[in-house]
Design a protein around this ligand. Structure first.
Ligand SMILES: *[C@@H]1O[C@H](CO)[C@@H](O)[C@H](O)[C@H]1NC(C)=O
Ligand SMILES: *[C@@H]1O[C@H](CO)[C@@H](O)[C@H](O)[C@H]1NC(C)=O
Ligand SMILES: *[C@@H]1O[C@H](CO)[C@@H](O)[C@H](O)[C@H]1NC(C)=O
Ligand SMILES: *[C@@H]1O[C@H](CO)[C@@H](O)[C@H](O)[C@H]1NC(C)=O
Ligand SMILES: *[C@@H]1O[C@H](CO)[C@@H](O)[C@H](O)[C@H]1NC(C)=O
Length: 368
């Protein structure tokens, strides 16, 4: 059974598709906007570009009560925009389809293409902010990547949904409206990349997905949120600021990144996985260590061997939800406050940039 909500999306999409044929613009009742390049346009409003990558926010299930096991990335960006006519009261929006996949399938190539397109867009004086729609499972990795690779004061807002577009009480439409409202808000400038779900504004640097199923999944327990939405309008708790030690990496023209693998720490872990990862192409390893980066004796010997023999860069992180990891010995780097998946993104970028030991230390072991 296909829900009526999905049918509404589909008919809006069909109307949007007919634009190319010169048909009337599918604006909701009460709007009298002029049309530019085939889309409605209000000269009094800012311009926000929406880059769509797929995920649950673009997901479609066979019934309105299905909230797992659906197809992520089924709906195109035009359908997402058409489903939220309130957007046109906030901003002029333009959709760019970068990918349409579940977020487990986001690759370095997609991330590089995305950040290069965003940089070009934000470099234009005619764009005030961007929104990225993304699956939530690896959303924190892409948001962190954009935080480190986009150089602009303008807002970069990454948004997802925990329920597919076809679900009863789908959260995608309000999340998208809040994300565009945030991207269009001058008060959102200078805060780095941000994540919007469940009425919260979160900083991309520290925020992580904490629950596989619930709507209030994005959290940073120690560092907290940047703000909250009241009647869809962002209210900030603090003036704009950026995390200490946050570096910038220029990836202009890059088409790939060095491979970095994550090894998970546990009792009786298999020491052979370190050299196996290196043999299959890893230039760096991140260890999700026990406690503050702890690793077994046999495992540590294997880690020291790949550092010494193969020049592998190793970052010690932690499998615990939160904490700070200092270097455990004379080799490798402590991951500081970064969780393993964020330390991996940071290490990929640092290896790409050709960082030497001293620079590596400044990004992972920064002092406040
Ligand atoms: C354009 O946006 C302004 C500011 O929000 C609003 O006052 C005006 O009514 C809008 N114009 C149209 C034609 O919708
Ligand atoms: C847009 O704003 C106008 C004026 O506040 C309001 O009457 C209208 O209902 C809004 N449209 C949508 C779709 O929210
Ligand atoms: C991103 O990928 C699209 C589609 O393949 C391509 O048209 C575009 O030129 C790419 N942009 C950048 C900046 O690499
Ligand atoms: C929005 O984009 C249009 C071009 O489509 C441009 O003419 C206009 O100046 C832009 N508005 C702002 C506030 O930058
Ligand atoms: C890593 O170093 C070992 C010991 O020197 C060597 O046998 C192995 O081929 C190296 N692996 C790679 C991928 O270079």
């Amino acid at each position: 059974m296909v829900s009526s909500k999905f049918l509404a999306f589909a008919s809006a999409a069909a109307a949007a598709a007919s634009l190319a044929l010169g048909s009337p613009v599918p604006l909701p009742a009460g709007f009298h906007l002029s049309v530019r390049d085939g889309t409605p346009y209000n000269a009094s409003l800012p311009n926000v570009t929406i880059f769509a990558t797929g995920g649950t926010i673009a997901g479609s299930a066979s019934s309105s009560d299905q909230t797992t096991g659906y197809q992520a990335g089924a709906l195109g960006v035009d359908i997402l925009i058409a489903a939220v006519p309130q957007l046109w009261n906030v901003s002029n929006v333009r959709g760019v389809q970068v990918a349409n996949v579940g977020s487990e399938s986001i690759t370095p190539a997609i991330l590089l293409n995305l950040t290069q397109q965003i940089q070009a867009e934000l470099d234009s004086p005619y764009c005030q902010g961007v929104v990225v729609t993304h699956g939530t499972d690896t959303l924190e990795e892409s948001a962190f990547f954009l935080d480190l690779t986009v150089r602009s004061e303008k807002p970069v807002v990454v948004v997802g949904a925990m329920r597919p577009a076809t679900a009863i009480s789908a959260d995608g439409p309000i999340n998208l409206l809040e994300a565009v409202t945030l991207a269009a808000d001058p008060g959102a400038r200078g805060r780095g990349a941000m994540i919007v779900l469940n009425d919260r504004v979160a900083g991309a640097f520290y925020t992580t997905k904490s629950n596989a199923n619930s709507l209030d999944t994005f959290r940073s327990a120690e560092q907290g949120f940047l703000g909250f939405f009241i009647n869809i309008k962002p209210k900030f708790y603090f003036a704009p600021s950026l995390p200490l030690g946050r570096p910038y990496f220029d990836v202009t023209g890059a088409t790939s990144l060095p491979e970095v693998d994550i090894l998970f720490g546990h009792q009786a872990l298999n020491p052979a996985l370190a050299s196996a990862a290196v043999a299959s192409g890893a230039k760096g390893l991140v260890l999700a260590g026990m406690g503050a980066g702890g690793w077994t004796d046999a495992g540590s010997e294997a880690i020291e061997a790949v550092i010494e023999n193969n020049g592998t860069a190793v970052v010690y992180s932690r499998r615990s939800m939160d904490g700070y990891v200092e270097p455990t010995g004379s080799v490798g780097y402590g991951g500081g406050f970064l969780n393993p998946q964020k330390a991996r993104i940071m290490l990929q970028l640092a290896l790409y940039a050709g960082y030497e030991t001293a620079q590596m230390k400044t990004i992972f072991e920064f002092d406040s």
